[in-house]
Design a protein around this ligand. Sequence first.
Ligand SMILES: [Fe+2]
Length: 200
Amino acid sequence: MNHRLENVAAFIAIAQRLFQSEKLPAGGREVAARVFERLRTPSDDGARHATRYPACERLDATLAPFMNDDTDFGAAARAIKSLEPDLGWSRRSSGVNGSDGYIDAHVHGMICGPGGAESRYDVQLGFSLMLPHTRYPDHSHPPEEAYVLFTPGEFRQNGGEWIDPGIGGGIHNVRNHPHAMRSGSVPFLAIWALLTRAGD
Ligand SMILES: [Fe+2]
């Protein structure tokens, strides 16, 4: 199917701008540019991972600080809220060093990608939400990815120091690069873009 929902198109346009910020590492901007190049062609096999998890109930509270914002963060938050019935939800339950209860304390929302509002397999575009004081497990995955932070939060790559790239900043993970993230005293929200290769 190559029909695209209007709110998916709106989110893609906003995210494309956010991922081109100079606050991102150059490699992150580059991988995101390749993701958005692929997203010029709508593609949807209709699969939907609609099962919700406990952290989904924190979506409104997490988006609330942005909803009236006259910025791309505000526009992205409003687009995410409008997409809520169509999102594909998932969460990680493997990996080491996750904080106690992290499984229920986080959730991922897929907008473009497997089981998402536009279900496809060549890219992933979506967001992660974590409750305060949550440490996501160390993990790695084949697709290369970039993140943009909407809130304070920290990332760690390859067992290095924890770094907070700042709001609107982000990180770049090359293929199979070990990484983790954690929230502080406020809910964590970040969007991500992943470039999938055949066989990933
Ligand atoms: Fe990751």
